[in-house]
Design a protein around this ligand. Structure first.
Ligand code: URP
Ligand code: ZN
Ligand code: ZN
Length: 473
């Protein structure tokens, strides 16, 4: 199958030019001006941006959490991702406490097999790392299974929290074998104390989720993560960074040349703590961890993105329906399942808030929605760019089209949208996943199971050139 994309404006993290693209099978085979080759399908991209498919390296499909399971499975979640111009996700498999990580990986392979509409890969959440059983498993995952990144939690005591010894051990193994540790950096033990105090005082409404999770608890977690990683001699990646206090710790470390990387998420750029004040129990829709912060933090996060102290934007897509799942915490905010939807809206939100509103360049938009994730997580240049030999994961993005975000029209399997009613400029119109059109004129035309599992390799080698701060000469 040959597909020719004509008349488009190709934008990567570093280039911006007009050219045609020939796709043969699953990969890009020729890029050039006015290509006249025979093709089975010709797509006219006049007036459109031709960008690499988005990569969302932080999703939770079909994840048991908070006494329920996230509402999107690998079918609904990846179809929604495709609609939004994301052609690759990295999801989190979870090691149940004390159990085998290899078994956990098998479970997540079963969840995704035959369902995914776009390519996917896995991180592993480590809850236990005994030197005898689990360290060899971790090494096996890195060497043989293509699972090179691992998330550890300083939050959620008694559920996912790992102590400092476990975190340090995991970092040491990652440093030795070429893996990467992703940290949920928030002091969950102190937060639990504050939560218990609030509940004892009868403070049960959703807004107390934010009021019991100070930004200092996140900053402390980030700083501890950086120190532990430095002692272990390995890079570290901070997930879902939400506030200036935490960002400052990342920036200080990067200014010292310490290899720290961090993502933020659309919810921290476009939503703020006032969402918890909504009528009745509505605030539960925004109960996610870290919590939404005071609005002024948003400007600081955009500066972090511009200065490359934050490398990318992931979603932390972890949807729970308001009508039944969020209600689990109707009498106690600490029982509201933590997480919110977002995988479908990321590209449009970031284009609208970033490029259309003049905060970042078009190249930086591509970098923070696709290229940086590919580089950090060992998928580049197969993914994350438009180049000869790369997978033909391509989005034809209309920078002028407007769309109003709504749960009535979104494709995520959840009954609300955090950005309900927001008008955005910039819409993914046609989406190709490994050369195959999966979204055409806003409609899903692929089939679940088209998506392949991506084994990754060589993470730390990929991180080396990116390790030092852009601010130092
Ligand atoms: O609230 C969140 N973020 N839920 C998903 C789990 C996590 O901590 O990433
Ligand atoms: Zn987390
Ligand atoms: Zn998450």
């Amino acid at each position: 199958m040959k597909t020719l994309i004509k008349n488009g404006r190709i934008v990567t993290a570093v280039d911006d030019y007009n050219a045609d693209i020939l796709i043969e099978g699953e990969t890009i085979s020729v890029i050039g001006a006015k290509l006249e080759m025979e093709a089975d399908k010709v797509i006219d991209a006049a007036g459109l941006l031709v960008i690499p498919g988005g990569i969302d390296p932080h999703t939770h499909m079909d994840m048991p959490f908070g006494g329920t399971t996230s509402a999107d499975d690998f079918r609904t979640g990846t179809v929604a991702a495709a609609h939004g111009g994301t052609t690759c996700i990295i999801d989190f498999a979870i090691q149940p406490k004390g159990e085998s990580m290899l078994k956990a990986l098998e479970t997540w392979h079963e969840k995704a097999a035959g369902k995914a509409a776009v390519d996917y890969s896995f991180h592993m959440i480590i809850t236990d790392l005994s030197p005898k059983d689990h360290v060899p498993e971790m090494r096996h995952l890195i060497k043989h299974e293509g699972v090179l990144s691992f998330k550890l939690f300083m939050a959620y005591p008694g559920v996912l929290l790992a102590d400092d010894a476990t975190i340090f051990r995991a970092m040491t193994v990652a440093g030795e074998d070429g893996g990467l540790i992703c940290m949920h950096a928030e002091n969950g033990i102190v937060i639990n104390e504050i939560v218990a105090r609030a509940l004892a005082e009868g403070k049960t409404a959703p807004k107390y989720h934010a009021l019991t999770r100070p930004t200092k608890a996140e900053a402390e977690g980030v700083y501890r993560s950086i120190c532990l990683a430095e002692m272990a001699g390995t890079p570290v990646y901070i997930v879902h960074l939400s506030c200036y206090d935490a960002l400052r710790k990342v920036k200080e470390a990067r200014d010292e040349g310490i290899p720290v990387f961090a993502e933020t998420c659309p919810q921290y750029l476009f939503l703020d703590q006032s969402a918890y004040e909504k009528e009745g129990f509505e605030g539960a829709k925004y109960v996610m961890t870290p919590a939404l912060r005071e609005k002024w933090n948003q400007d600081e996060l955009w500066i972090g993105l511009r200065m490359n102290d934050l490398q990318l934007i992931a979603t932390d897509h972890c949807p729970f329906c308001f009508s039944d799942q969020k209600q689990l915490g109707v009498n106690d905010f600490s029982k509201i399942p933590n997480g919110g939807p977002g995988v479908e809206n990321r590209m449009s939100l970031i284009y609208n808030g970033g490029v259309a509103q003049g905060r970042i360049s078009l190249n930086r938009f591509v970098e923070i929605t696709s290229t940086a994730a590919a580089k950090i997580f060992g998928l580049f240049p197969k993914k994350g760019t438009i180049a000869v030999g790369s997978d033909a994961d391509i989005v034809l993005f209309n920078p002028n089209k407007k769309m109003t975000i709504s749960a009535k029209t979104h494709h995520m399997n959840v009954d609300y949208n955090c950005y309900e009613g927001m008008e955005v400029t910039g819409v993914s119109e046609t989406v190709l996943s490994r050369g195959k059109v999966v979204i055409e004129d806003g409609k899903y035309v692929g089939k679940p199971g088209d998506g392949n599992f991506l084994k990754r390799s060589n993470i730390q080698q990929a991180l080396r050139p990116m390790a030092t701060s852009s601010r130092r000469p």
